[in-house]
Write a protein that binds this ligand. Structure first.
Ligand code: NI
Length: 230
C-alpha cells in the first residue's frame, strides 16, 4: 500500500530547507548503499554529519510526530534519521530493494526497515523525470509529489528513480520500523482507524452509533495489542 501524506512541511519550511541545501556540500550517493544497489545508483547525498541534513531531518521528524495521518499509517516504533538526495544531469537509481536492516548512525542500534519514505522538496515542474516508481501487487505506481508532500511505501517493494533529464530533484528519504511488521495487518489497522475517525464525525445524538464507535475502537486497540511488537 502506497500512502501519500500531504503538507508534512509548510512552504516556508521547504524554502528554508532549500537554502540550506544550496549551501551544503553534497557527496556521491554510492557511499551509503550495498554493493549490488551501488551499481545502479547515480545521485548525490548529504553526508550524515552534514549540519543541513541534521537540521532539516529534525524538522521532518518533528512535523511527522504531529501528523495524525502518518502516525495512523506507519504506527512507527523507530525512525532512522532522514537522509537527503539530489538528482540532475540524467542521474537515476535503478531497480532495487532497500536493505532490510540498517544501523542508526553513531549507535549500536539496528532497525528493521518496514516502511520507506520519500519527501519531495522541488516542485514537479522544476524537473523532468525523477519519478519514484514503486512496484506493488497491482503494477508500477509512479510518484512525483509537490514540495512538502511525502509518500510511504512498504520497504519490501522493488523501486527505482527514473533519470532526471532537466532541472534538479531534491528529496529526503528514510526508513522506519513499524510496531506492525506485516504490511497486510498494518493496512487493516489503518483502514479501521480511518473508518472510525470518519464515523466519529457523524455520531451526534445517535446513541447506538456512538456505542458502535466505542466498540470498533476497542476492536482496533485489541488488534493492535495482539499484533504489535515493541
Ligand atoms: Ni531505495
Amino acid at each position: 500500500m502506497l500512502i501519500t501524506i500531504p503538507d508534512v512541511l509548510t512552504p516556508e519550511q521547504v524554502a528554508h530547507a532549500r537554502r540550506l541545501f544550496d549551501a551544503a556540500e553534497w557527496v556521491d550517493g554510492k557511499g551509503t548503499t550495498g554493493y549490488q544497489a551501488a551499481k545502479t545508483k547515480d545521485n548525490m547525498q548529504l553526508p550524515d554529519s552534514s549540519p543541513a541534513a541534521r537540521e532539516v531531518g529534525d524538522m521532518i521528524l518533528q512535523a511527522l510526530g504531529k501528523g495524525p495521518l502518518f502516525m495512523a499509517a506507519a504506527l512507527p516504533l523507530r525512525i532512522l534519521p532522514p537522509m537527503f538526495n539530489r538528482y540532475s544531469g540524467g542521474q537515476s537509481f535503478g531497480t532495487h530493494v532497500d536493505n532490510a536492516i540498517r544501523q542508526v548512525p553513531g549507535t549500536p542500534l539496528r532497525i528493521r526497515t518496514d516502511l520507506s519514505a520519500t519527501l519531495f522538496f522541488a516542485a514537479p515542474d522544476e524537473y523532468d523525470g525523477g519519478e519514484l516508481c514503486v512496484e506493488d501487487l497491482y503494477g508500477i505506481k509512479k510518484v512525483k509529489l509537490p514540495p512538502g508532500h511525502m509518500v510511504l511505501y512498504p520497504s519490501t517493494s522493488l523501486h527505482h528513480v527514473t533519470p532526471v533529464t532537466r532541472g534538479t530533484r531534491l528529496c529526503s528519504f528514510f526508513w522506519l520500523q513499524s510496531m506492525i511488521r506485516d504490511n497486510g495487518q498494518r493496512s487493516l489497522l489503518f483502514d479501521l482507524d480511518v473508518s472510525i475517525q470518519r464515523l466519529g464525525g457523524q455520531l451526534a445524538g445517535n446513541p447506538v452509533a456512538e456505542q458502535t464507535a466505542v466498540q470498533l475502537t476497542g476492536v482496533y486497540h485489541n488488534l493492535l495489542r495482539q499484533w504489535a511488537e515493541m
